[in-house]
Ligand binder design. Structure first.
Ligand SMILES: [Zn+2]
Length: 609
């Protein structure tokens, strides 16, 4: 629907954003802002802010950002129009009147939905009637109880090809039943039931309205699964089985995963969805018998930032998971990914739950691997890496995979992480306990240990350097905002500074260094700004060559040092540099130190080589 100019602005102006958000999040007033625990990720101290006079919210923890419409879309899983409708009702503003075309379209949609609903009720009646006995027995043999079957509104399409038509065509025109994919036109001008002799799983849209069916044979017969044909209401690649239920369950469930948001499980088939529901995992969806599409991945991310793919433990299932990984790669964004749970070979979620119960499945989910790691292991296992040329090939493939990621920040992180793992496994065999010799490649991949705690002072200085760089080159913000948001700041002073810098960059885009510094001074941070500008960043270099590239190099070096906290060499060198009094700029000194480190011969044990 097209909104007249100004409509959305009026809506935003009439709604109290803190009031709207305050119903879901306990907000505390802090100056001109409200702060609270972010509803979109798990946290213990508030990094979620509502800026009432600018009508937006922002989370410094997970980057969630938007206005009232965006908040409703995210927190209630509504689409744009639905969120606008909700707000309009609340604000007492009348929605714009739909055009004639829009009214006709809505009318058509309603008749199709009515036809599908009538068919769904008819098929349900058939399943529970005398003709559905064999189908009921089959479902029982698959471990489904009557409650789940009723809850999911399963049905039975009899083998009589005229049955549906006879039952519905007095009320509903045949042409409409054909358009809804319920009947199929025959060559003699008649029409017959599209589904015959099958158990039917109603497929709903995001509001839970029936838009199609998936049909499964009970005995022999081909194909094993058959979906409704595509229709104006139903596009297979844009629909997920179970989405509406999962969305409702996620709304009810406390946000509990470490990455933020609720836990969403993606399985391969309808039966898996039902089995998981029955076992108490209601936040589960399945694609409709095809590989996950871009649209479906986007739908998953509307529900949870890191859905867990739990495909069957056979080679078909594993290949489907790898295809999904490749598909998701270009779409990854900060805080938004997939993870991969590996079922025991030969099991699917249904069979595992039946054989080993809920706990076993919980364990499978808890052991889910992040996307980058699965990517690395897949590439590592694809070809041997026993010669320099083959290792170079692996390196190329890993770099190429990272380049597929559109988001620059995520791409950089992937590149770094993949190369770190690559360097680890391609060290000369004797120094890494021969991870590849005679073993399944990748089976023994050990990740580098987490960074060891380093002298706090060094890291604090490094964090301050980052702000020092930003104060001089605020134009960097566009590129490094995500890294800035992700910084683990222990100093309240820096935390405040970060909030202000980010807020300023939004409200006054294009502000230069002087403007930013003055603004911060006016906000009461004069002392902080002055101290940071004295920080050992060589101001001359940045002033003299205050081009973005220099500032960016400086930023990357310091971020690199922070990230390399565990790599003793670099951190020690950095610490030395910071305490040194030297005429060289610190960037030059860091670069030189890096060079020295890189030139050092790697630690190679010659034995057995
Ligand atoms: Zn958040």
């Amino acid at each position: 629907m097209a909104f007249p100019p100004g409509f959305l602005d009026e809506l935003r102006a009439r709604i109290s954003l803190s009031g709207l958000i305050g119903r879901r999040v306990k907000l505390e007033r802090r100056g001109r802002e409200h702060a609270g625990l972010c509803p979109f990720h798990h946290e213990k101290t508030p990094s979620f802010f509502v800026v009432e006079d600018k009508a937006f919210f922002h989370c410094f923890g997970c980057g969630a950002h938007g206005d009232a419409v965006g908040f409703l879309m995210r927190s209630e899983n509504l689409d744009f129009i639905e969120a606008v409708e909700r707000l309009a009702t609340e604000a007492g503003i009348e929605m714009p009147r739909p055009s004639v075309e829009e009214r006709q379209h809505a009318q058509k949609e309603k008749s199709l939905l009515d036809a599908l609903e009538a068919a769904c009720a008819y098929y349900e009646g058939q399943l529970w009637g005398p003709g559905g006995r064999a189908a009921r027995e089959y479902l029982g043999s698959r471990g489904l109880d009557p409650e789940t079957v009723r809850n999911f509104r399963l049905g039975w399409a009899p083998s009589d090809r005229g049955a549906l038509s006879r039952a519905l065509s007095r009320e509903i025109p045949e042409a409409l039943l054909i358009e809804a994919g319920l009947l199929k036109a025959s060559e003699d001008g008649g029409a017959f039931g599209y589904f015959r002799d099958r158990i039917l799983f109603p497929i709903t849209d995001r509001r839970g309205r029936v838009i199609a069916f998936g049909g499964r044979v009970t005995a022999g017969g081909e194909p094993k699964y058959l979906n409704s044909p595509e229709s104006p209401l139903f596009q297979k690649g844009r629909t997920l089985y179970g989405w509406a239920r999962a969305a409702a369950a996620l709304r009810a469930e406390p946000r509990r995963t470490p990455g933020g948001g609720g836990r969403l499980v993606v399985v391969e088939g309808y039966m898996d969805v039902l089995a998981l529901h029955r076992a108490g995992f209601p936040t589960v969806v399945a694609p409709l018998g095809t590989a996950l599409s871009d649209d479906q991945i986007a739908l998953l991310w509307r529900l949870a930032p890191e859905p867990v793919l739990c495909f069957d433990g056979d080679s078909a299932g594993q290949n489907a998971a790898k295809r999904a990984l490749r598909r998701a790669l270009p779409l990854l964004r900060a805080g938004q990914s997939l993870s991969f749970a590996a079922l025991p070979a030969g099991e699917d979620p249904d069979s595992l739950l039946r054989a080993s119960g809920r706990t076993a499945f919980e364990e499978v989910l808890a052991a889910a691997q992040p996307l980058w790691k699965v990517l690395f292991q897949t590439e590592l296992a694809a070809l041997p890496t026993d010669t320099p040329e083959r290792r170079a090939d692996l390196e190329n493939r890993l770099k190429a995979a990272a380049r597929e990621i559109a988001d620059a920040g995520v791409q950089r992180q992937f590149h770094r992480e993949l190369m770190r793992a690559f360097n680890l496994v391609t060290r000369p065999p004797s120094s890494v306990r021969r991870p590849l010799a005679g073993k399944k490649p990748g089976a023994e991949l050990e990740l580098p240990p987490p960074p060891a705690p380093q002298p706090q002072r060094v890291q604090r200085v490094q964090r301050e350097m980052l702000f020092s760089i930003l104060l001089r080159s605020p134009e960097l913000l566009g590129e490094v905002a995500e890294e800035l948001c992700a910084l683990d700041l222990r100093e309240a002073e820096l935390d405040t500074l970060r909030s202000l810098i980010l807020e300023t960059s939004r409200s006054q885009p294009g502000l230069d260094a002087q403007g930013l510094q003055q603004h911060l001074v006016r906000c009461g941070l004069a002392a902080t700004v002055e101290r940071l500008l004295k920080r050992s960043v060589d101001s001359d270099v940045l002033v003299r060559k205050s081009d973005g590239a220099t500032a960016r190099r400086a930023w990357d070096h310091v971020i690199g040092m922070l990230a390399a906290g565990g790599q003793r060499g670099l951190a020690e060198v950095a610490s030395g540099i910071l305490s040194e009094d030297s005429p060289e700029s610190w960037q030059e000194r860091v670069l030189a130190a890096r060079e020295r480190l890189l030139r050092q011969p790697p630690h190679i044990e010659e034995e057995g080589f």
